[in-house]
Ligand binder design. Structure first.
Ligand code: ADP
Length: 732
């Protein structure tokens, strides 16, 4: 090989080596760069990690310091909490889920009086053991083991009820145990000794107060009897005194004694009733009674007062309302008497109307009874209407002051009505009149068929002659319900122009101004008119004695019950011809001559009352015998065979109620029923019902009235007996 070749070969090799070198250099540089980069990256990471380590270290430091602050706080709070728990008066203890004591405050531990065993770790069962064995707890009549068993049962229940325990020292501790989520129990023991002592004191005070109230009630009952008995003497004697030969001045004195005595009795009764309701001693009695009859009896009693003032008393008893209800008859009577009495008292002219309606609910057999008493009196000023139901509240103005009263009547009525589940209200216009109303839910004992008062045949048209608007309207409505068309007019003169041959009946008022009812009847008969006439009179006894009575078919005492009107109209159909009824009456009397005197037995232990009674019946043609107690009354009932018995209720040996029961037992096998009339001085509630329940038919409240006694005797009279009153005096 040539040198040149060798050189060129060498150059090429060198060049190739140089290229390789160059390449290796480049690779080395690249590797260096990469290494440099990596080293930088590593260094960055180290810096970063260092920073992180520092942060974590800082954080650690902070957490450490926070933790110690928190620890301090917790310790502080725990100290405070425990301090608080220690400072409370009530005992507090904590138990773990195994019922072992964790901790307890001083108050809780103090009960154990320093017993060393009572410390954290002791079980509840052991605590109970100490309580009983050391005599800390007073288990009263219970055996300690039973007491522990009872206490443990309670403790183990999911949520134990609070329990009161009595300690040996007489202290009372109320224990509340509250179970927490993990089974821990917090037990709170409150000292309630003061509360228990106060309760005991209150109970004692209440017992004493109740005893005092009972004593007051008994005192009132006795006072009622004690005052009413001598008052009976005073009023009765004053009444008799009035019938003797007195000068005008003496008569005035006697009348004043009687009126004052009666007024005093009214006040006593009111005060007694009110006290009784207040003491919650008033018991309502429920019995079957006839409401319509009850109202008419009341009207009879109030009629004289109304008549003296020239007032008309009207009854508008819903034609479709039953009469038999179940309720407290006596109390209902008292309410109606009070409202009607007020209406008459505060009315100088016009009328007083009692309306009775009711909504009868078929399903429930209950009637929502609504009674209103409407008057045309002085009325009540609008600003006083709200006050009059309050006790002792009266309208105090010029007009009112002249009327007497206690101001208790409405308060008593309201309380009674509320007790019976009803309501009372009033609407009034000063100078025009008032309307008092009350509603009562009462069970109706019967249903009234809508055709119950329908007259089958006969009378189709009636002429009503009645000057009084309200009366006329009531009568018209009653007739329409009976299926009779009513033609109305206000006086006799108008009536005479209305009479036609097809008229079935003329119903005319007795006391009309221009021509009274009997005069109208006379004129009609003189004119040859034979239409039957029914006279409606507030003084039926006077009408019965009038010679013109023969012209009318019937006399109805106003206001009359629905049945009386119906019966009078129904009776017309069987009257063959309008003959003179007095003829028939006369002939009956002749046919059945009177054979013996009526026998009256009166049982009364009080000598004055016996004297009063005998004076009151002095003018009657009767044979009177007295029994001085119930026992004697029963004996004399068998030997004397009275036609009627009057009996006092409170008597020695045997009271009037028992005597009547014995009399009723004697009558049991006979068809006989001798009326027994109680004479009672008791003003307290319930008496009326007790009396009637004993088999007594009627009762009179002392002081007795001559008229009332005479009335009862006359009612028993029947053919075969000599009339107790001479005919010229025999008025109702
Ligand atoms: P008393 O009638 O004994 O005063 P009440 O409680 O029955 O007591 O009545 C209270 C008052 O209500 C009466 O004094 C009277 O002022 C008023 N008052 C009651 N009823 C009527 C009435 N029908 N008309 C006018 N005022 C009446």
């Amino acid at each position: 090989m040539s040198l040149a070749n060798k050189l060129s070969q060498e150059r090429r090799a060198r060049l190739a080596a140089e290229r390789v070198l160059e390449q290796k250099k480049a690779e080395l540089q690249a590797a260096n760069r990469k290494l440099g980069n990596h080293a930088r990256q590593l260094s960055d990471e180290i810096v970063e990690t260092r920073a992180q380590v520092k942060t974590v270290r800082d954080e650690n430091e902070r957490v450490k310091s926070d933790l110690s602050v928190a620890n301090e706080k917790v310790e502080k709070l725990e100290r405070r909490l425990w301090h608080s728990i220690e400072s409370i008066q009530d005992g507090m203890a904590f138990f773990d889920s195994d019922s072992r004591l964790i901790a307890a405050n001083e108050a809780w531990l103090s009960v154990f009086d320093g017993l060393e065993a009572i410390q954290p770790g002791i079980s509840y069962v052991e605590i109970l053991q100490f309580l009983t064995e050391e005599g800390i707890v007073d288990t009263a009549d219970m055996h300690p083991a039973d007491w522990r068993e009872m206490a443990l049962d309670r403790w183990q229940s999911a949520s134990p009820d609070p329990e009161i325990i009595r300690l040996w020292s007489g202290a009372y501790i109320k224990v509340f145990d509250q179970r927490g989520h993990g089974g821990d129990v917090i037990s709170l023991a409150m000292d309630i000794t003061d509360t228990v002592r106060n309760e005991q004191r209150l109970k004692e005070a209440r017992r004493k107060a109740e005893a005092a109230a009972r004593a007051k009630s008994a005192f009132l009952a006795n006072m009622s009897h004690e005052i009413r008995t001598p008052m009976n003497g005073v009023v009765g004697m004053a009444d008799l005194l009035q019938d003797t030969d007195l000068t005008e001045e003496q008569l005035l004195y006697a009348e004043t004694i009687k009126n004052s005595g009666e007024a005093l009795l009214v006040i006593i009764n009111d005060v007694l009733d009110y006290s009784k309701i207040e003491a919650e001693k008033l018991v309502l009695h429920s019995d079957l009674f006839d409401l319509e009859r009850c109202i008419h009896e009341l009207i009879m009693l109030l009629q004289p007062n109304a008549r003296d003032k020239g007032l008309e008393l009207l009854v508008d008893y819903d034609m479709f309302l039953p009469t038999q209800f179940t309720g407290d008859r006596g109390r209902l009577r008292q309410i109606i008497t009070n409202l009607m009495g007020n209406a008459i008292k505060f009315t100088e002219e016009g009328h007083v109307t009692i309306r009775v309606v009711g909504v009868h609910s078929e399903g429930e057999k209950m009637t929502d009874l609504r009674v209103t008493i409407e008057d045309t009196g002085i009325g009540i000023p609008a600003d006083k209407v709200g006050h009059i139901f309050g006790e002792f509240n009266q309208v105090d103005d010029e007009q009112n002051r002249k009327y007497e009263g206690t101001g208790l009547g409405l308060a008593i009525s309201q309380k009674l009505i509320n007790l019976m589940g009803g309501e009372i209200w009033v609407e009034s216009e000063e100078g025009k009149g008032s309307c008092f109303g009350f509603s009562l839910p009462l069970p109706a004992a019967e249903k009234v068929a809508s055709d119950c008062f329908r007259l089958p045949d006969g009378v189709k048209t009636a002429l009503v002659v009645e000057p009084h608007d309200v009366s006329r309207m009531i009568l018209k409505r009653q007739l329409e319900v009976m299926g009779i068309e009513a033609i109305c007019c206000e006086n006799g003169a108008q009536a005479l122009t209305q009479i036609t041959p097809d008229l079935g009946v003329v119903l005319c008022d007795h006391n009309m101004r221009d021509m009274d009812g009997l005069e109208l009847a006379e004129v009609m008969r003189d004119a040859g008119q034979t239409t039957p006439i029914i006279l409606l009179s507030t003084t039926s006894s006077a009408a019965e004695k009038d010679p013109a009575r023969c012209h009318v078919q019937a006399v109805l005492q106003k206001p009359y019950p629905r049945r009386s009107l119906f019966a009078a109209l129904a009776a017309l159909e069987v009257v063959a011809s309008p003959s003179d009824p007095s003829e028939t009456a006369g002939s009956t009397e002749e046919e059945v001559p009177a054979v013996r005197t009526m026998r009256v037995l009166a049982a009364e232990d009080n000598k004055t009352n016996r004297l009063v009674f005998s004076k009151m019946v002095k003018s009657l043609d009767i044979e009177l015998k007295f029994a001085e107690n119930g026992l004697e009354a029963v004996e004399m009932f068998q030997s004397f065979h009275p036609d009627i018995v009057f009996t006092d209720i409170s008597m020695p040996e045997m009271d009037g109620k028992e005597a009547t029961q014995k009399i009723r037992a004697l009558e049991a096998d006979t068809a006989q029923h001798i009326p027994v009339v109680a004479m009672t001085a008791h003003a307290m509630d319930g008496d009326a019902d007790d009396i009637l329940a004993a088999g007594i038919d009627h009762y009179l409240t002392k002081p007795l009235r001559k008229d009332a006694i005479t009335d009862h005797i006359q009612k028993v009279w029947h053919e075969g007996l000599r009339p107790p009153l001479p005919e010229d005096q025999a008025e109702g």
